[in-house]
Design a protein around this ligand. Structure first.
Ligand SMILES: Nc1ncnc2c1ncn2[C@@H]1O[C@H](COP(=O)(O)OP(=O)(O)OP(=O)(O)O)[C@@H](O)[C@H]1O
Ligand SMILES: [Mg+2]
Length: 279
């Protein structure tokens, strides 16, 4: 089942920084629910208030269970696109379809509650999702195991490293049980080694859970390391102008020659987009 969000519908919000894109209220007689598990944008344009178009006539299909990375100059509308899929923003024109279970959103900053432990943060998110109290401890343990934080649930946020915080944030997003995970530069603030480890973890979790991932990054190598598809957006207004398919069948490392070669090609195109944007 898929919920269709149109310019006449409203989004909903779940726990802080864990956006819910549950089916939007119907209005205007437009069909709000159709079948299929894909994320689908059709003719989506977005302007904030009376401002210029940030996104212009974006068409995008993300197949269920696929991993898509989104690249583009700063300000080209990547976060806006994620906000539309998450239901936090409405398109000015066009339609956005998401699976009926909706999408969870994860940001660069983990935005955990500092006065709670890692487990406490997860428990709260589950509580907000309506999971009964008796079921929550086991689910918290399962989520901690999933992100390889077994035994760390009792640590307070200030006792966690940056990488561990992002693991908790990832666990919290996964705990929303949405079939789509939207990630907005989630590893940008981490050192290279920690990021490397989290790439492997994310890839494992993606394969284990079959979650659909839309991942925004400024790091071309990261996009090629993680994605099955890498999309490049233009700026002012934002459009998807180019796409690369990545062979994700084998194991990939960020320092692989194949990853480097494709990254160079994509970087050239990204530079050109940034140059055009700067003119
Ligand atoms: N809530 C908002 N109200 C008004 N303008 C906004 C809002 N959110 C974003 N914008 C504008 O929309 C444009 C696209 O912003 P967006 O955050 O989507 O870009 P981005 O590609 O994610 O950039 P970055 O790579 O720097 O994160 C920018 O010009 C920004 O100023
Ligand atoms: Mg952004």
């Amino acid at each position: 089942m898929t919920a269709t969000r149109t310019s006449t519908s409203a989004g909903t919000e779940g726990a802080p920084h864990v956006a819910s894109a549950a089916p939007a209220p119907t209005s205007g007689g437009a069909p709000q629910v159709v079948s299929g598990g894909a994320v689908r944008l059709r003719g989506v344009s977005k302007a904030y208030g009376r401002g210029p178009a940030v996104l212009d006539t974006v068409d995008l299909d993300v197949a269920p269970g696929s991993f898509v990375c989104l690249l583009g100059a700063s300000g080209c509308g990547k976060s806006t696109l994620l906000s539309l899929v998450a239901g936090l923003e409405r398109p000015t024109v066009g339609t956005v379809e998401v699976p009926s279970s909706g999408a969870a959103l994860m940001f660069q900053e983990s935005a955990l509650f500092p006065w709670l432990t890692a487990a406490g943060n997860l428990d709260l998110a589950l509580k907000l999702r309506g999971v009964p109290r008796r079921e929550r401890p086991a689910e918290v343990e399962r989520l901690l195991d999933l992100v390889r934080l077994t035994g760390a649930g009792g640590k307070r946020v200030h006792e966690l490293s940056g990488g561990m915080r992002q693991r908790v944030a990832l666990a919290r997003a996964l705990g929303q049980q949405r079939s789509v995970l939207l990630m907005d530069e989630p590893f940008a603030a981490l050192d290279a080694i920690t990021r490397d480890v989290l790439h492997s973890e994310l890839e494992r979790i993606w394969r284990e859970t079959g979650t659909t991932v839309v991942f925004v990054t400024h790091n071309v190598r990261e996009a090629v390391r993680l994605g099955e598809r890498v999309l490049l957006m233009s700026s002012r207004p934002g459009r998807i102008v180019r796409e690369w398919a990545v062979d994700a069948s084998g194991s990939r490392r960020i320092e692989d020659a194949a990853v480097a070669a494709l990254s160079i090609e994509i970087t050239d195109h990204l530079r050109e987009e940034i140059r055009r944007h700067a003119r």
